[in-house]
Design a protein around this ligand. Structure first.
Ligand SMILES: C[S@@+](CC[C@H](N)C(=O)[O-])C[C@H]1O[C@@H](n2cnc3c(N)ncnc32)[C@H](O)[C@@H]1O
Length: 406
């Protein structure tokens, strides 16, 4: 890729596209040149290999970083085979490397992605091996090079996946998980949307009172401390890719280490609590593994008030959404209680809550000043901003309700 510009496609959670484009603008050295295009579940820009490395190292909101090598009209398997075979694959890897093909999308003729992946794989193998030569091996789990083919509206685009495993896997070890953890890139998207990062340096606190294994908290603290999420990883999709330029990558890693060291003394006011002691254990383990200091307590949200001695700040949380069988019926009442408790006990706070469905988002009974559509896996969630004004008077009913309960 040298310093030539190519389309770089960064995938993300659906609903996170605009926030991702904003984040990419802070990662790239010349964002004005990048020409961001927001797509469904992705942001595309025009960038160099170094730009793509920067995104791998720094993006918390992205999932995969795909560098597009070619795109062509593709109506059937023959056109797919020819288009993929046309690429000079030996510039990317040879018979000694392993590879895998991820195929996304279908057409009238190519109706299943397994078939598409098979055709693309055969085309690559046929192009790389000469007469009587060995063939590169396919390794679906840990390939040296991961090829990504996307077919949409009869156009195929063929990319190299520089992320390898998705970017939400921050380190090699993995996290201790609770019953329904958020993916790290979704948690980072939520933190980004609250706007807290711009206020963190002023000491504005961030609280998650139903923190589970603490994903929102660790992402928030790491972002405020200018930690590049990619510093915890050693294996990337470009490690076995022939055009990889280790000197450029190593320089970016050193820069990232310098930035983290320069920000290490920042005081970051991040608080977490949960009703379950196991959740607090998991949060503490996850924070310690990342060398982050959080202020943690085990308690029931409905018996808790904001941390003492702090000005009102940002509360961000994702309450249970009825993930356990039989729990769904209790959710509307739980969400109404959350709205009531926020109104009574968290005056002046900016509350951001990820509701498990559009209907549940209405049960808070408070009029949201912002409502964002976000997909958490298959769940069509709403991330609502409830600007809590004055405290509600009295305890005998939600007389402040602005939104109907049905
Ligand atoms: C969907 S999970 C949060 C997952 C978390 N964001 C993560 O990434 O691990 C919801 C959490 O709310 C907690 N919870 C439920 N009721 C609570 C209450 N009354 N007070 C505090 N925490 C509560 C549960 O223990 C659970 O950990």
């Amino acid at each position: 890729m040298s310093e030539r510009r190519r389309p770089v496609i960064v995938t993300c959670t659906r609903g996170a596209e605009t926030a991702l484009a904003e984040e990419l603008g802070t990662i790239l050295p010349f964002p004005g040149d990048a020409n961001f295009q927001v797509q469904r579940g992705a942001v595309q820009f025009s960038g160099t290999r170094e730009d793509a490395y920067r995104v791998c190292l720094w993006s918390r909101l992205g999932s995969r970083v795909l560098v597009q090598m070619v795109s062509f009209d593709c109506r059937d398997a023959d056109e797919l085979y020819d288009g993929v075979r046309d690429l000079a694959w030996k510039e990317h890897f040879g018979v000694r490397e392993s590879f895998a093909v991820t195929f996304v999308g279908t057409s009238e003729e190519i109706r299943n992605s397994k078939f598409g992946a098979l055709v693309a794989k055969d085309a690559i193998v046929d192009r790389i091996r000469g007469r009587g030569e060995d063939r590169p091996s396919v390794d679906l789990k840990t390939p040296d090079v991961r090829v990504h083919v996307r077919l949409a509206r009869e156009v195929a685009s063929v990319s190299i996946d520089l992320s390898g495993v998705p970017l939400h896997r921050r380190g090699e070890g993995g996290r201790v998980q609770g019953p329904a953890p958020l993916k790290e890139n979704l948690a980072a998207t939520l933190i980004w949307q609250t706007g807290w990062l711009k206020r963190a340096a002023e000491g504005v606190p961030l609280v998650d009172p139903m923190c589970g294994s603490g994903t929102l908290l660790t992402e928030a603290a790491a972002m405020a401390l200018d930690r590049a999420p990619g510093l915890g990883r050693h294996r990337w999709g470009f490690t076995g890719w022939r055009p990889h330029h280790p000197e450029t990558w190593d320089r970016l890693v050193e820069e990232a280490k310098d930035r983290a060291a320069a920000a290490a003394d920042r005081t970051v006011a991040v608080y977490g609590s949960d009703i379950h002691p196991e959740a607090m254990d998991a949060t503490l383990k996850n924070a310690t593994a990342q060398d982050l200091t959080l202020r943690l307590a085990c308690r029931d949200f409905f018996e808790a008030t904001p941390p003492a001695d702090v000005e009102a700040g940002v509360l961000v949380t994702n309450p249970p959404y009825g993930e356990r069988l039989g729990d769904e019926d209790e959710m509307p009442a739980l969400y109404a209680r959350i709205g009531d408790h926020l109104k009574r006990s968290w005056p002046g706070w900016d509350a951001w809550v990820l509701a498990g469905s559009p209907l549940l988002a209405k049960r808070f009974g408070l009029k949201p000043s912002k409502k964002l559509e976000i997909h958490n896996g298959p769940l069509d969630c709403r991330f609502v901003h409830l600007a809590i004004g004055e405290a509600a008077n009295g305890t005998d009913g939600p007389g402040w309700r602005k939104a109907p309960l049905d």
